[in-house]
Design a protein. Structure first.
Length: 253
């Protein structure tokens, strides 16, 4: 049984496209297969000047913190600091990097696997240190993820691709997010690779698509597997009821 810890750099996630992320899906991911979630920490910012004077902000923020706790996460608050920079501009900062790194290093002695949610290159040294302690380190990020951080991790996965982690632009039971692979631009078809979150863990699936079933104006976008698309999976009666992706839209991240 793999003992797993999750560490969420919540401000980085929020500012880089992960707003509205579901912590219960994270816990489900960590508990899938032969893994058990042992430690789960989320490092969240709080502006004490606003919680003191703004009732709506305080109630909304504390309600959110309660939801995170109900999903099994320990909430570690980092209080926002306000200061004036050299150009006289008021700046706010709530950096939890040091807190997260120290906690992860101390707790990793009892862990086999660490899932780190961030895109910040400042955590590269932490990733290497955890690996040297014998931990497998998996990074999940959204937008603006450091290329060096992706390379340092044992694995990297875009949070946009994890089923249910973020809401879809369009609801639908068969709606998925995936990346294009093996696109034949001359013939206008390829495959979408997407993920399913099952009791044994994440599994990958592929489905056929044709560019005519998309809203994409430039089909060269299908040549780049870093582009993420949303689509619906249907049975095509004209092709022996085989599955294919339709209503394909580019995810605006």
């Amino acid at each position: 049984m793999l003992k797993t810890g999750i560490y969420v750099d919540a401000e980085n996630v929020r500012l880089c496209g992960g707003y509205g992320m579901r912590y219960d899906i994270l816990a489900e991911l960590a508990n899938a297969g032969n893994s058990t979630l042992l430690r789960a920490n989320s490092y969240l910012a709080e502006d004490r000047s606003r919680t003191k004077d703004d009732d709506e902000y305080r109630q909304k923020l504390y309600r959110y913190h309660d939801i995170v706790r109900q999903c099994g996460f320990k909430v570690i608050k980092k209080y926002v600091k306000h200061f004036v920079d050299d150009e006289g501009i008021l700046t706010t900062k709530a950096n939890a990097d040091m807190d997260l790194a120290i906690d992860a290093l101390l707790q990793a002695r009892n862990l086999d696997r660490v899932i780190l949610l961030t895109g910040d290159s400042d955590f590269i040294r932490l990733v290497l240190a955890l690996q040297n302690m014998g931990c497998r380190v998996e990074v999940i990020g959204f937008n603006h993820v450091s290329k060096e951080l992706k390379e340092a991790a044992d694995s990297y996965l875009s949070g946009f691709l994890i089923p249910g982690l973020l809401p879809m632009a369009t609801d639908g039971a068969n709606r998925r997010r995936g990346i294009p692979i093996k696109y034949n631009q001359d013939r206008g078809f390829g495959f979408m690779r997407y993920y399913l979150l099952e009791p044994h863990g994440l599994s990958t699936e592929t489905v056929f698509f044709h560019c005519s079933k998309s809203t994409v104006a430039n089909d060269a976008l299908f040549l780049d597997s870093s582009n993420i698309f949303e689509f619906e999976i249907v049975l095509n009666p004209e092709n022996n009821n085989r599955t294919e992706a339709v209503q394909i839209t580019l995810l605006e991240t």
